[in-house]
Design a protein around this ligand. Structure first.
Ligand SMILES: *[C@@H]1O[C@H](CO)[C@@H](O)[C@H](O)[C@H]1NC(C)=O
Ligand SMILES: *[C@@H]1O[C@H](CO)[C@@H](O)[C@H](O)[C@H]1NC(C)=O
Ligand SMILES: *[C@@H]1O[C@H](CO)[C@@H](O)[C@H](O)[C@H]1NC(C)=O
Ligand SMILES: *[C@@H]1O[C@H](CO)[C@@H](O)[C@H](O)[C@H]1NC(C)=O
Ligand SMILES: *[C@@H]1O[C@H](CO)[C@@H](O)[C@H](O)[C@H]1NC(C)=O
Ligand SMILES: *[C@@H]1O[C@H](CO)[C@@H](O)[C@H](O)[C@H]1NC(C)=O
Length: 608
């Protein structure tokens, strides 16, 4: 951001600036909230504290973009696979020129020039790096330092903000204002980590087992019931013997946040043990918003290592990318530097939407409790994920851990209470898993597969997003099996997850040790590895990559998924939901049968 230093000198060194006459505007309140549970107000925010303010301009044609998304992702539609270009997508979400000029005029009242601001590729986001005192004038508000009782985390936030009335229709959201997210791995993170005996590791017994639950009989090593390796996933998901092409057209991406670094030395040791052909291969590293790539072994992240080892291990030799998006340092009142405490998807989306050729499949194992992400902002992040889908990217997220509750491992302190001041008890789904334009992946375990039981598969229904059309039949079918009146009021919304994959006892390499690890954190990269292989099969017969998967999965894809019908996802003091025949909010439609899915997605008889 070129203007950053300029602004610092103006404001921090006390140079007086003419701030125009913003007081002549009449303001319209945009949002007023009760501070979410657990947060207490401390002092007023220091006037010279620098924040990174993201202003979301109204996207002119998002409805049309959504229509394109559903058409090009629907295997029965004549436009299936006709993904849009970067330019076509940007044209659809670009703000109206009136919105751009109204906002520019407003910014110029505060002497903010083009050099002082950053814009997303479609110009639908404006990012200002400014002192709190200026944000307060622009938004007619007062920021405070807030502290979370349990974690001690501090944030600079407000509970209410306004915009000049004439900008009301031009701006959809401004953050950070009212977003009190807990910027830590609330969900979908490593749930267990135990050093395992490497001697046991090598003593894999080759006892043939029969999988039931799918449409085929498969031979699986007996050890896979207690230790998941890349070979186990190939066996369980019927991909043994598939040799990916050497196409450089295909690619797979893994996101990393919260200073999770993917260690290359660990990856090599993992490959020696589990994917010998991949030894000496690595991934491409991309930094987002200053994210770093610390390769010291002691800085390896368990989540990052799990994600790259299994996604890239399953997909080898498909080229992999790992993004490190800068973490959010805790607010520190005495440090006059930028503290970007925004929820990080915005920065990552700006980066990846700016790429001419983003990877065809992308896995993310991070999330927030949906209710801690303000709805306006969640909708915009979700709209950004739709933009990737319509360009032909399969966007895949873990569904979260610990069942229908929040992502807290301790059931005694699991909070299932609404943040809106009313303190209602409610299930707490994870975001972005709840976004209807992504594929969310729940967890299973064992052979035959059942819903994962140690941390429980995140699942349920969004409180923000309506049920998408592709879920009508599947989710409707599940709801008809629920006892009458149970969990009333939850059911008009988007169901989570869409699919599932093994989610416990993964053998990974971490800081020079073999460890066992679990959570839907593992399910998403594993599932994404097989999606990359399906794209490989399609590219080999000159078909387009799969892109947004759900309209396919809920129709022709069902025949290529193993329905999981046993287990549940308790939480919030309830028994949660049961895995059932057909879709359920524990394991979705089920786990992949690669060879069947491959037949489906390469069939010359389907429009696909
Ligand atoms: C699976 O194997 C069993 C026992 O050999 C056999 O009866 C059954 O027909 C097979 N099922 C399929 C789908 O091949
Ligand atoms: C894949 O392609 C690269 C470059 O085109 C080549 O160097 C390599 O040997 C190929 N590998 C296989 C397994 O065909
Ligand atoms: C990997 O690289 C090392 C060092 O260059 C080499 O000794 C080894 O043979 C390579 N292994 C494979 C499987 O390519
Ligand atoms: C909700 O809970 C908070 C924190 O325990 C409490 O301060 C507040 O009064 C409660 N509100 C209602 C409506 O019960
Ligand atoms: C795998 O382990 C589970 C749980 O202990 C058990 O119920 C199941 O029978 C085992 N599967 C096989 C094939 O041994
Ligand atoms: C789950 O199954 C149990 C046992 O069959 C049943 O008692 C319970 O009502 C079911 N729960 C739901 C949410 O369907």
């Amino acid at each position: 951001m070129r203007g950053f230093h300029q602004l610092l000198s103006f404001f921090l060194l006390g140079t007086t600036l003419s701030l125009g006459s913003p007081s002549t505007h009449s303001f319209k309140n945009r949002e007023t909230i009760v501070a979410p549970r657990g947060w207490t107000r401390q002092t007023v925010a220091p006037a010279d504290h620098i924040i990174s303010l993201r202003i979301g301009l109204h996207q002119r044609n998002f409805d049309l973009l959504e229509k394109h998304l559903y058409e090009v992702s629907d295997p029965t539609h004549s436009r299936y696979g006709e993904h849009l270009s970067k330019e076509e997508v940007e044209d659809l979400v670009a703000p109206h020129s009136n919105s751009l000029s109204a906002v520019d005029e407003w910014l110029s009242e505060f002497n903010l020039k083009e050099d002082d601001i950053a814009r997303s590729p479609a110009k639908d986001w404006v990012v200002l790096t400014i002192p709190v005192s200026l944000a307060e004038k622009m938004l007619n508000t007062k920021y405070y330092v807030w502290k979370h009782g349990k974690t001690g985390n501090e944030l600079v936030r407000t509970t209410s903000y306004s915009l000049p009335s004439h900008l009301d229709s031009h701006i959809e959201v401004v953050q950070p204002t009212t977003m009190f997210g807990q910027f830590k791995p609330a969900k979908s993170m490593i749930s267990i980590l135990e050093t395992v005996d490497t001697a046991v590791n090598t003593a894999i017994s080759k006892v043939a087992q029969i999988i039931t639950g799918g449409n085929s009989n498969l031979t699986v090593d007996a050890s896979c019931n207690t230790t998941i390796t890349v070979t186990c996933l190939q066996q369980i998901y019927n991909a043994v013997g598939y040799v990916p092409s050497n196409s450089t057209k295909n690619s797979i991406g893994i996101t990393g946040y919260l200073e999770q670094f993917a260690n290359i030395e660990d990856l090599q040791t993992f490959y020696v043990a589990q994917v010998p052909a991949a030894v000496n291969s690595s991934f491409k590293f991309e930094s987002v918003a200053g994210g770093i790539n610390d390769q010291s072994l002691t800085k390896a992240g368990s989540e990052a290592n799990l994600d790259v080892q299994f996604a890239f291990g399953v997909a080898y030799p498909i080229p992999g990318t790992f993004w490190s998006t800068a973490g959010r340092p805790p607010f520190s009142a005495d440090v006059r530097t930028l503290t970007n405490t925004n929820e990080p998807y915005g920065d990552w989306l700006d980066h990846v939407l700016g790429l001419p050729d983003p990877p065809h499949s992308i896995s993310t194992s991070y999330g927030d409790d949906e209710q801690t992400v303000p709805k306006d902002y969640a909708k915009r992040v979700c709209a950004g994920l739709a933009q990737l889908g319509v360009r032909g990217v399969s966007v895949i997220f873990s569904s979260g851990d610990y069942g229908v509750g929040d992502g807290n491992s301790d059931p005694a302190t699991q909070e299932c209470i609404t943040n809106d001041g009313l303190n209602n008890t409610r299930f707490i789904p994870a975001f972005p898993a709840s976004c209807p334009y992504v594929t969310s992946v729940g967890g299973t375990e064992h052979i035959p597969e059942v819903a994962v039981s140690r941390f429980y598969s995140g699942g349920g229904f969004s409180s923000y997003f309506p049920r998408p059309p592709y879920q009508e039949i599947a989710v409707g079918g599940f709801l008809s099996t629920l006892p009458k009146g149970l969990y009333e009021g939850l059911f008009n919304r988007c169901g989570i997850p869409d699919v599932a994959a093994q989610g416990d006892r993964y053998r990974i390499r971490y800081r020079g040790r073999d460890v066992s690890i679990g959570g839907t954190s593992a399910s998403s990269p594993a599932f994404t590895g097989f999606v990359a292989l399906l794209n490989d099969a399609r590219i080999s017969v000159n078909k387009r990559p799969l892109g947004f998967l759900n309209p396919l999965l809920y129709t022709a894809g069902i025949a290529g998924l193993n329905d999981i019908t046993s287990g549940s996802n308790p939480g919030c003091g309830t028994n949660g939901f049961n895995a059932t025949t057909g879709w359920d909010p524990v394991t979705g439609l089920g786990t992949p049968n690669f060879k069947q899915l491959k037949e489906i997605v390469t069939s010359p008889f389907l429009l696909l």
